[in-house]
Ligand binder design. Structure first.
Ligand code: SAM
Length: 219
C-alpha cells in the first residue's frame, strides 16, 4: 500500500500516554520509524476519538463501553494531560491517549485494517476561505482513515458549520474517486449520539447554533 501521496505535519514532540490506574505513560521518540502497535491486553473493538478536547465524550463512552478499546488522539499537550488525570481519577483502563496530530498518529501508530469506529466531534471549523486547506476531514485524511478502518466500520463526525458539513460530504466523494471505499450513510441535524455531551456541543447548543452529524461507512 502506498502512502506517498499523503502529506501530514509531524509535531515536534510526540508522546504516547499509556494509561493505567497509576497514570504511567510511555514516551516515544519522535524519530522512531517503526509502527507501534498500541498494546491492549486484547483488541476486540477498536475505537478512535480524534480531537477529544476536554474529554467529556471519551470519559463517558469508555465507562459505558468497557469492552471497547478506545484510543484518544489530541494534539494539545495540555488537554492530553488534563484528560489523562480524569481517566486515572475514574479508574478507566480501556483508554490510551496519544498526544500527536491525528495524521501522524494514524500514519505511524495505528495498524491498517484495525479500526471499528472513528469519532470526530466538532473538528476545528476553519471557516475562512483562506484556511479551508487546514480542515482535518479532507480527502487525504479520509484516504488515511480508509487504510486504517475495517470493512463495515463507521466514522461519526459532527460540526456546527454548514459549509464544513458540505465540505466533508464532498471530501468523501473525492476520496472515493481516488480509490477509497466509503459511502455517506446518514446526514442529519442534531448530534449523532444524544446520550453524550461535549464542551463544544454544550457551547453551540447554548448559542442556539445548528448542529450537523455525518455518518460515513467503509464498504
Ligand atoms: C473544536 S475542538 C473540539 C473538542 C471536543 N471534541 C469537543 O467536542 O468539545 C477541536 C479539538 O481538536 C483538536 N485538534 C485539532 N486539530 C487536530 C489534529 N490534527 N490532530 C489531533 N487533534 C486536533 C484541538 O486541539 C481541539 O481540542
Amino acid at each position: 500500500m502506498s502512502y506517498s501521496n499523503i502529506i501530514f505535519p509531524v509535531n515536534f514532540y510526540q508522546k504516547i500516554y499509556k494509561l493505567s490506574c497509576s497514570g504511567g505513560f510511555i514516551r516515544v521518540n519522535r524519530n522512531s520509524s517503526y509502527i507501534l502497535r498500541l498494546v491492549f491486553d486484547s483488541i476486540d473493538y477498536l475505537v478512535l476519538e480524534v480531537g477529544f478536547g476536554k474529554g467529556d465524550f471519551l470519559l463517558q463512552y469508555s465507562i459505558d463501553n468497557p469492552g471497547y478499546q478506545i484510543v484518544g488522539i489530541e494534539k494539545s499537550d495540555r488537554l492530553v494531560k488534563e484528560v489523562s488525570k480524569k481517566l486515572v481519577r475514574n479508574g478507566i483502563s480501556n483508554v490510551r491517549l496519544i498526544q500527536a496530530s491525528a495524521e501522524f498518529a494514524l500514519y505511524f501508530l495505528i495498524p491498517d485494517d484495525s479500526v471499528d469506529e472513528i469519532i470526530i466531534n466538532f473538528p476545528d471549523p476553519w471557516p475562512k476561505k483562506a484556511h479551508i486547506s487546514r480542515r482535518l476531514v479532507n480527502p487525504n485524511f479520509l484516504k488515511l482513515l480508509n487504510n486504517k478502518m475495517k470493512k463495515g466500520s463507521r466514522i461519526f463526525v459532527s460540526t456546527d458549520v454548514i459549509d464544513y458539513k458540505d465540505f466533508i460530504i464532498d471530501s468523501v466523494k473525492k476520496a472515493v474517486n481516488q480509490g477509497s471505499c466509503f459511502r455517506v450513510t446518514n446526514v442529519f441535524m442534531g448530534f449523532w449520539n444524544e446520550k453524550y455531551q461535549t464542551k463544544y456541543l454544550k457551547k453551540w447548543l447554548k448559542e442556539n447554533k445548528k448542529i450537523f452529524s455525518i455518518e460515513i461507512q467503509k464498504i
